[in-house]
Design a protein around this ligand. Structure first.
Ligand code: SDX
Length: 423
């Protein structure tokens, strides 16, 4: 961050105040309003924080106008080609890609922490079959604090490393167990000899009567998807994590809150809604008819997987996922009619003034569900996949917030209710 010794002048009722101007590493500029209320008695109103930077962060940079995304200064386009998800998780949490030795230590930590406390399994055994895996996941992560209570006093670097590894690893086990529970099959335990993604696929699809054969292409594309979802600066769930964490809530409860925020259909829940939308378009047999529903302000219908608060051009992740999705389905000789529909919808929307005028482009959720379908992952698990991927991002932001001695987040409001004199 550069302090340019520049100021923005705010004048009101004959008084002028100087707001310091700060500039970030990539040239973003902010007016520092930290002393605004103290000096003017006024606050800024910025509903949904659309124009407000809530922190300084060194983790991820997003440029919505140019469609740029990089983690710790490295473009995602490079990371997705050259790294594994575990290496990117290390990058986000520790600030640099791991050396060979650091990767071996981190992988060992992930392995020895991949088992869930056996008593936690009873929760799965007694949860209703139809429970949505995101609700199970959020609950189970919160329950980790019951089984590992020292998380309430995380201060030592080693404790944070251990809790971080436990979260990244055991959540993968919980996700697979939740799936097995939902289909009435026995759970499959993690194996020490498999990589992070291969282990997940094996826990999901191996069974005593039909051994699962690890497919390298499936492992590779799952690594890519998890890398592309691993962080995205101050999105709704990450801001939730930083807000909850600022009250010094333990890491597990903080991440559980992040999962709940992600489950919303306008956020991480969109990937499941996108596939439901493709099936709906398939049923009505007309993209134009569907677009008319979207344009009808009396309808709450949205073109799911399109639009973004920050990207006003292509989401770089959507471009990569689209390409990898096509390559993977071709390699696996899978023909998914929903991919044809996805392509037709994208092509039609990119030519339609309604979407063009509103800068609506495909986002990370538009094609991801097609890949998950090709991997055999059910729609109810799509947002769980997003949560698995976002864990390192959330943890990195939590650590950054704790490390920067952030004060408890407590914004102001403008009261517009009844005033006392009217009572
Ligand atoms: C993620 O923040 C992040 O970084 C999130 C994320 C991450 O990695 O963490 O990138 C992941 O959440 C991606 C987004 C997934 N959600 C969806 O795909 C749901 C569909 N998209 C929309 O709900 C919407 O685009 C949002 C919520 C993503 C963003 O909404 P904004 O920024 O609040 O935009 P807006 O609602 O102010 O829209 C401006 C206009 C409005 O029309 P008008 O009132 O001007 O006529 O665009 C319209 C909106 O109605 N619009 C849409 C639309 N998105 C916006 N119209 C139809 N379909 C859409 N998808």
């Amino acid at each position: 961050m550069k302090d340019l010794n520049e100021f923005a002048t705010l004048s009101y009722k004959g008084k002028e105040i100087q707001l310091p101007v700060i500039t970030g590493s990539e040239g973003e500029t902010a007016f520092d309003a930290s002393d605004l209320r103290k000096t003017t008695g006024c606050v800024m109103l910025d509903k949904s924080l659309m124009n407000t930077a809530v922190c300084l962060s060194s983790i991820t940079y997003v440029n919505g106008e140019k469609g740029i995304l990089h983690y710790r200064g490295i473009p995602v386009e490079m990371l997705v080609e050259k790294c594994s998800f575990v290496e990117v998780a290390y990058l986000l949490v520790h600030g640099a890609l791991p050396t060979k030795e650091q990767k071996s230590t981190f992988s060992h930590l992930l392995n020895v922490n991949s088992l869930m406390h056996e008593d936690m399994r009873h929760f799965f055994d007694h949860s209703p079959c139809g429970a949505h895996p995101m609700h199970i996941l959020s609950t189970m992560i919160n329950a980790l604090a019951v089984f590992y209570p020292n998380v309430d006093q995380l201060s030592l670097k080693e404790d944070i490393e251990l809790s971080t590894a436990r979260l990244i690893s055991v959540v993968r086990t919980m996700a697979a167990f939740a799936y097995k529970k939902s289909i009435g099959e026995p759970v499959v335990y993690p194996r020490h000899d498999l990589s992070y993604c291969a282990n997940f696929l094996n826990m999901m699809f191996d069974s005593p009567v039909a051994p699962y054969e690890i497919n390298d292409d499936a492992v590779r594309i799952l690594n890519s998807l998890l890398i592309l979802h691993a962080d995205h600066e101050q999105n709704c769930s990450t801001t939730t994590v930083r807000t909850i964490g600022s009250a010094q809530v333990n890491l597990y409860a903080t991440i559980s809150a992040g999962i709940s925020a992600l489950s919303g259909p306008l956020h991480g829940g969109a990937n499941q809604e996108v596939v439901a939308m493709f099936r709906h378009i398939q049923e009505i047999g007309s993209i134009e008819k569907f677009f008319n529903q979207v344009k009808d302000k009396n309808c709450a219908t949205k073109l799911m997987g399109f639009g973004h608060r920050v990207y006003k051009t292509f989401d770089p992740r959507a471009k990569i996922i689209k390409k990898k999705c096509h390559e993977f389905l071709e390699k696996m000789n899978i023909h998914d009619p929903l991919l044809d529909i996805a392509r037709e919808v994208e092509e039609a929307a990119l030519k339609d003034d309604y979407f063009i005028e509103r800068n609506l482009y495909p986002n990370v959720d538009f094609y991801s569900g097609i890949v998950y379908r090709a991997l055999g992952i059910p729609e109810s698990m799509f947002t769980v996949m997003f949560a698995l991927a976002r864990l390192p991002g959330w943890i990195a932001h939590w650590q950054e917030m704790i490390g920067s001695k952030t004060k408890i987040v407590r914004p102001r409001q403008i009261y517009v209710g009844k005033s006392l004199k009217e009572l």
